[in-house]
Design a protein around this ligand. Structure first.
Ligand code: UD1
Length: 336
């Protein structure tokens, strides 16, 4: 079976994808610098799968360290998750974001070029659809962004397209994630952010375990059915499965494909909150706050391309997602 290098493999989506890859019989090599993840995630991956793998505590900015991974392993393809992802922090510290996300990716590409590995699956984001495109988002819409985090995704997509233009042996899959939530059904791995969460589900989880007092709902006056923001939440296990399809695809095809990974279905903040309340069996306090700057009323995917190109579609519904998120946080109230 091919060997896949997973950068950021200890993170939320990375750890679930490692489980999927190992269960599908791939060999994996994981690289992570634990900037926003914990070593325990790696133990949990081993516990779930009963399989071992090589790990490098490595910062992608360190080109020699990245090259060493390729020198010591025969890597067939890379899934590149490693990167900073907090929107607000990226506005406050743009240089940190551009340097880490862009330069880190450039170092990875350099090492790949040197060792003749030309297959990559990249963690992009629905954020590249920017503020102007109408929903549902289709892959051939023009891309843009509203903050440095989003621009790093737009720019890295462009860099990988340009690498392909320069060398048509490359195979690039740009996966545009919608809103990943949920956790592995074992409750052993899940989302474990540092500090006070920015994103909706981790915040609700902290309220549910009594660590935060109440959810702030960012605006109830949007032009949506209940006035709150609509997003396309997707179970992280579905997302991980999408990466498996993308890896198979890049191993067998050349070229560049941007593909949405979403369910195609929008849910409001209140839909998510009420679904979570069902899962945990208690009412969760909330207060309506002003809109969060930069938030869009609605974001959801057109999922036709993922079906057509990968033969993939999401299987889990919102209640399953919130049940699995609750299961993880209940078992790990203090994270990993
Ligand atoms: C956010 C980022 C996006 C990034 C994605 C994944 C912003 C503006 N966008 O997406 O670029 O790709 O995370 O990391 O940060 N909400 C509340 N209360 C909260 C938190 C969120 O009401 O405490 C609402 C938001 O207004 C939104 C929905 O919940 O309507 C989802 O928010 P969130 O989980 O932060 O995801 P996005 O904003 O979609």
């Amino acid at each position: 079976m091919p060997t896949i290098l997973v950068t950021g493999g200890a993170g939320f989506i990375g750890s679930h994808t490692c489980v999927c890859l190992l269960e599908a019989g791939y060999d994996i090599v994981v690289a992570d610098n634990f900037s926003n993840s914990k070593p325990e995630a790696l133990n949990r991956i081993k516990k779930i799968t009963g399989k071992d793998f090589k790990f490098y505590e490595c910062d992608l900015l360190d080109l020699e360290a990245v090259k060493k991974i390729f020198a010591e392993n025969s890597i067939d393809a890379v899934i590149h998750f490693a990167g900073y992802k907090a929107v607000g922090e990226s506005v406050a510290q743009p240089v940190k974001y551009y340097h880490n996300n862009i330069t880190g990716t450039l170092m990875l590409i350099k090492a790949m070029q040197e060792y003749g590995c030309k297959k990559i699956v990249f963690s992009s984001s629905a954020t590249v659809y920017g503020p102007v495109n109408p929903v549902p988002y289709v892959e051939d819409m023009p891309t843009s962004a509203t903050n440095p985090y989003g621009y790093t995704k737009v720019m890295i997509e462009q860099i990988l397209r340009d690498v392909y233009v320069s060398d048509s042996d490359w195979s690039v899959s740009l996966l545009r994630y919608f809103n990943p939530i949920g956790a592995h059904p074992s409750g052993l791995i899940g989302e474990d952010p540092n500090g006070i969460p920015n994103n909706l589900l981790p915040y609700i989880c902290q309220v549910a375990v009594g660590k935060l007092e109440k959810l702030g709902v960012f605006g109830n006056d949007y032009d949506t059915p209940d006035g709150t923001g609509i997003r396309d939440y997707i179970h992280v296990c579905d997302l991980a499965d999408g990466h498996l399809c993308a890896v198979k695809y890049v191993l067998e095809h050349k070229g560049v494909e941007a593909v949405n990974l979403g369910t195609g279905k929008g849910s409001s903040v209140f839909d998510v909150l009420h679904s979570f309340e069902k899962a945990c069996g208690k009412e969760l306090p909330y207060v309506v706050k002003p809109r969060r700057p930069g938030d869009l009323p609605s974001s959801y995917a057109n999922t036709d391309k993922a079906k057509k190109v990968f033969g993939w579609e999401a299987k889990y519904d919102l209640d399953q997602m919130t049940a699995d998120s609750w299961n993880f946080i209940k078992n790990n109230p203090n994270g990993l």
